[in-house]
Design a protein around this ligand. Structure first.
Ligand code: MN
Length: 307
């Protein structure tokens, strides 16, 4: 594990000791089905994080949020081989802190979901912001490709199609589309988001997760239009704007989020670094959400974990 203790990381919020948010990088792109490069995502996002102040665009100052960057965890032997080890690591984090994972390709969140599944006492809501469904049972011969992580999550008892919402999806493999339709998974595409507006969609998301004690947030940077996020393996035109994603996240602080990830930033495909900086801005918004919950005395990590 590479130590990352620099105080300039994360807008200066990075510190040693107990933390509200714990950052972990998983520099792995072995499950990528097209262009690689996401393994270098954590380093690029961290580098960007030394260049910004810890202040949101609303003027909210993030001082007061304790962030600790633990550096990287590696998937040396691929998935599923390293799944148990990584899941065990996350099981030590969830009861204490809000883990924020930097991908890596989208398959890196499978161990995170396994950890949540092992610890949560009740059902887990899952909000996924992504251009793709990631619901393929297998993709190019692998059950652990980056086209499959959401399908793997759906197989875990704490997760399920009726408590999962996809935002930004617009690219469907046919078998994944059938699964989505058969299981009545709620998918809100870019056109619906644009026509109904972010506020209405946020209200629906709040409504759908009402009553849950834990919700996990997974953000694939390819949800953004390639104009805003060209540095990713499979860009898909017609996507969301950073404006929409930032506003959506800001409106969801009533939800009991217990962790999040941001995946699929591929720096070799991102010569201007705008993808890394867009990812960072979205992550800062997640920090803001955690801090607002903390200030209100609301839970910011998995409570009542079954360990
Ligand atoms: Mn994805």
């Amino acid at each position: 594990m590479r130590k990352a203790t620099g105080r300039t990381l994360w807008g200066g919020l990075n510190q040693a000791g107990p933390a509200d948010v714990t950052v972990v990088g998983i520099p792995y792109d072995g499950a990528v089905c097209y262009r690689r490069g996401a393994a270098r995502g954590p380093a690029a996002i961290r580098r960007a994080s030394t260049q910004v102040p810890a202040v949101l665009e609303t003027g909210e100052v993030l001082t007061g949020l304790a962030v600790r960057d633990l550096g990287d965890r590696r998937i040396a032997n691929g998935l599923p081989r390293d799944l148990k080890k990584l899941s065990a690591f996350y099981q030590t984090l969830f009861p204490e802190t809000f883990p924020l994972t930097l991908g890596g390709d989208h398959s890196v969140v499978i161990p995170v979901m396994h950890a949540l599944n092992a610890l949560a006492r009740g059902p887990v809501g899952l909000l996924v912001i992504d251009a793709h469904t990631d619901l393929s049972d297998t993709f190019q011969g692998s059950a652990y490709s980056n086209g499959c992580p959401l399908r793997r999550a759906m197989e875990l008892p704490r997760f399920g199609p009726n408590r999962t919402v996809l935002v930004g999806v617009r690219c469907f493999e046919e078998p994944a589309l059938r699964y989505l339709q058969e299981h009545k998974l709620r998918a809100i595409g870019p056109e619906e988001l644009e026509s109904r507006g972010v506020g209405a969609v946020a209200d629906e998301v709040l409504d759908r997760f009402a009553g849950l004690s834990q919700v996990y947030l997974s953000i694939d940077i390819d949800a953004l239009d390639p104009a805003y996020a060209p540095g990713t393996g499979i860009p898909d035109a017609g996507g969301l704007s950073p404006r929409q994603v930032i506003t959506l996240i800001r409106r969801l602080d009533a939800l009991p989020f217990v962790g999040a990830d941001l995946v699929e930033v591929a720096p070799p495909l991102d010569p201007s670094e705008i993808t890394s900086f867009a990812a960072l801005k979205i992550i800062m918004e997640v920090f803001g959400l955690v801090l607002r919950r903390k200030r209100q005395g609301l839970s910011t990590h998995l409570t009542g974990a079954g360990r």
